[in-house]
Design a protein around this ligand. Structure first.
Ligand code: NOJ
Ligand code: CA
Length: 742
């Protein structure tokens, strides 16, 4: 059968099989599946060479044309991973592969339906509906009886599919050369993308058509990152947001990335295909049956707001793996952090250029005098955080070794347990606890992952001893062992190992530079944060374009929350610490991010000194919740603007947010714009009955992210669900509103 046969008239019944005749007169079976509300329709078929294909439509609109499925596997399996041709050792590319994308026959097809509502431990809403129709296709390779199943789950808001390799067959241990999943777009979609890279996601987004990617690729690379490995000028990362000419929002990502390399994409015109992250030898996944791949996801929404409301990625993850989750909680925190990022202080204690960790005598070394994690400075932050009702304080640079942390390519840089001489870990924790603050541990691994795993048990035990219950970990620089990448299977397994080991110690994890999330926080809710994208720190490394925060919720946040670290009130870093970078955001924009950038872990990232002159605006950061009962996406367009309203979840309120919201109906609204000013009239129909006091933190009319970022107005008024609020946002600006029932 040729691909043309897939276009035959399809029945819309879930799981029906339709016989089609292609041009050659050959008859073939096309299986058709509809989503529960009949919004989406997919087909599955084998062509005449036994190649599996699927396609995806939304009513009359084609989203994906027939798209191939399958694998290229490593050919012969020999000892020590070496392949020979006579006496010549073959490189991975030279080994004749075993094609596992044709020669199949269908041995079974079954369908089922699922409809359940579940409650996340924390989230953007307190209950989520998981409703799909499922198609399971069981395939057998005709030449050698090897088995592979493909499981499709079709939702009203998208499609998920994964490959499953049953046990008890001749395929046992196998190595992937490439996954050949295609996403063959029906049109030359508009696409918001970042370069495909095995080591970093710290990019601003490019906007182009699919066919235009290579033309602007070079201009969107970030060669300054401490670890970066791109592979093609048409290579891009997921979660990638697209918009079809008909106005459909289509997003490709993956869900439940476990024991498998992270999927990137390669675009050949409008035909996109999977491109896995290789290991140190160039192979792309080592598996043992029975096993399955992560889900490949294609979300399809009629509007940008619908795309943001999609919970497909979370739904495709397994339910919570922990019986007891009482120790997991949202966190609003501050950090001894931004002053180092901006350059006003440092992580290190001395200017030594070489440190042998076990023998270096820090006690008698001469400190350089700008070590931020010192007792007095940390106490100052604890006092401010406690006085303003925060839960926690992160302290970076507390442990010995920072003199050598970045790019020394050294295995043993940190031991994760020994504080610098001016950081009294016992006294500071005790002081913090008496004031109701928990300290957040920091583990910068310098990407020396073997070293981190060697010290992990001792490091987590130390946290238990002093009462830390959350750790920020980091993976700056190239991965050690050399040749492995941040997003290869080996590292994917490490990140989850760190999370599950932490769970044994009742520790929550916020991993920076780790792989971008794929909804695993549903299963492992102690994964309360990730950076895994270009965050606020880049405001000190040259600046972020204002549109960045209007795109991230469609892309990076699709798989889980981001520790974006908003709340910068002093944009002029030059006068503060001689840093030429300018923070490209108004204060009102920074406030809005607490609502628009969803995270159960939210930092107020600036320093106590920088907040002091603006405590009236800081009130919003105190009041805002970080865990939500309901969310409404009011207006959105990636790259342009975003307005979101959220109602707090009463059960998890703490600190100053509890003071503001407990026992009262409250809502918070955040709006951000790109470099253009914008105005909106927002209907308040999300509010309950009765009157609410709205406190509106807005850009002053003369505010501008470049020239006048600190100009804002704060006004109060009585509003109700029947009314509207007019919003004006200046370039790089925003708006934040708290609503409290009177
Ligand atoms: C990069 C992280 O993103 C940043 O938050 C951290 O401060 C540094 N690494 C040091 O670990
Ligand atoms: Ca724009």
């Amino acid at each position: 059968m040729k691909r043309a046969a897939l276009f035959c008239i399809l029945s819309l019944l879930a799981g029906s099989i339709v016989s089609c005749t292609d041009k050659t007169g050959e008859t073939t079976d096309v299986t058709v599946l509809s989503s529960p509300g009949d919004v989406l329709q997919m087909t599955f078929a084998l062509d005449g060479e036994g190649r599996p294909y699927y396609s995806l439509d939304r009513g009359d609109t084609k989203v994906l044309l027939p798209s191939g499925l399958g694998f290229e596997l490593r050919g012969a399996v020999k000892a020590q991973g070496l392949e020979y041709d006579g006496d010549k050792i073959l490189k991975p590319d030279e080994v004749p592969p075993y094609m596992f994308n044709d020669g199949f026959k269908v041995v079974d097809v079954s369908t089922s339906s699922f409809d359940q509502t579940w409650s996340p431990v924390w989230g953007e809403e307190s209950s989520i509906r998981n409703n799909y129709n499922e198609l399971l296709v069981c395939l057998k390779h005709t030449s050698d009886d090897k088995l592979m199943n493909i499981r499709f789950r079709l939702y009203d808001d998208g499609l998920g599919f994964r490959y499953e390799f049953p046990g008890n067959q001749s395929l046992v241990h196998f190595v992937i050369k490439e996954e050949l999943s295609e996403f063959n777009c029906a049109q030359d979609n508009k696409v918001w993308w970042i370069p495909g890279d095995y080591d970093t996601q710290e990019y601003q987004y490019a906007t182009s058509t699919l066919t235009g990617i290579s033309k602007v690729f070079k201009a969107h690379t970030n060669q300054y990152n401490s670890s970066t490995t791109m592979y093609s000028t048409t290579g891009i990362q997921t979660s990638v947001q697209m918009k079809t000419p008909e106005g459909l929002y289509v997003n490709i990502h993956e869900a439940a990335l476990v024991d498998y390399p992270c999927m990137h994409l390669l675009c050949d015109g409008t035909r996109i295909r999977s491109w896995l992250t290789p290991d140190a030898q160039g192979w792309k996944g080592r598996l043992e049956t029975p096993c399955n791949t992560p889900w490949r996801t294609v979300q399809v929404a009629a509007s940008a707001e619908e795309q943001l409301a999609s919970r497909l990625v979370l739904n495709l993850n397994e339910p919570c793996a922990y019986d007891d989750v009482s120790w997991i909680h949202p966190v609003k925190y501050m950090g001894v952090w931004w002053e180092m990022i901006a350059g006003a202080g440092s992580w290190s204690y001395t200017d030594a250029s070489s440190i042998h960790l076990d023998s270096f005598d820090y006690a008698s070394a001469v400190p350089h005098g700008h070590h931020s994690a010192n007792n007095a400075n940390v106490r100052k932050y604890i006092d401010f955080a406690a006085a303003n009702g925060f839960d926690a304080l992160l302290i970076e640079g507390w442990d010995i070794g920072w003199e050598e942390w970045a790019n020394c390519n050294k295995d043993y840089v940190f031991d994760f347990v020994t504080p610098y001489p001016d950081f009294d870990i016992a006294a500071l924790n005790e002081y913090a606890h008496t004031k109701g603050i928990r300290l957040v541990m920091h583990h910068e691994t310098s990407s020396s992952v073997r070293n981190y795993e060697r010290h992990m048990e001792a490091a987590y035990s130390l946290m238990n001893k002093y009462g830390y219950d959350a750790v920020k970990s980091g993976y700056v620089g190239d991965i050690l062992p050399f040749g492995e990448y941040h997003y290869g299977q080996w590292m994917i397994n490490h990140y989850l190992y760190a999370v599950t080991q932490a769970a044994k110690h009742h520790i929550m994890v916020n991993a920076h530079e780790a792989v971008r999330p794929t909804g695993l926080c549903r299963t492992y809710p102690n994964l309360i944060g990730n950076e895994s994208a270009r965050g606020t720190e880049y405001q000190a490394f040259g600046g972020n374009d204002p549109e960045h925060v209007t795109i991230l919720p469609f892309t990076r946040l699709n798989g889980g929350p981001m520790d974006f670290t908003p709340g910068i009130f002093e944009q002029n870093l030059k006068d503060w610490c001689g840093n030429d970078s300018h923070v490209n955001a108004t204060i009102a924009n920074q406030l809005a991010l607490y609502v628009t950038m969803y995270s159960p872990l939210q930092m107020a990232a600036d320093t106590p000194e920088h907040y002091a002159p603006f405590m009236d605006a800081f009130q919003f950061i105190k009041d805002v919740a970080v865990d939500w009962n309901q969310t409404r996406y009011i207006a959105a367009e990636p790259g342009d603007y975003l307005i979101i309203a959220r109602q707090p979840r009463q059960e998890t309120l703490s600190g100053s947010a509890r003071e503001f919201s407990q026992g009262r109906d409250t809502w918070f609204l955040g709006g951000v714009t790109d470099e253009n000013e914008r105005e909106f009239d927002v209907a308040l129909d999300f509010l309950g009955e009765g009157d609410y006091e709205a406190v509106i933190y807005a850009d002053a009319p003369d505010a501008h992210y470049k020239t006048n970022p600190q100009a804002y107005t704060i006004t109060s008024k009585t509003v109700s669900a029947a009314g509207t609020i007019h919003i004006d946002m200046v370039p790089g600006g925003g708006v934040a509103i708290s609503f409290r029932k009177i």
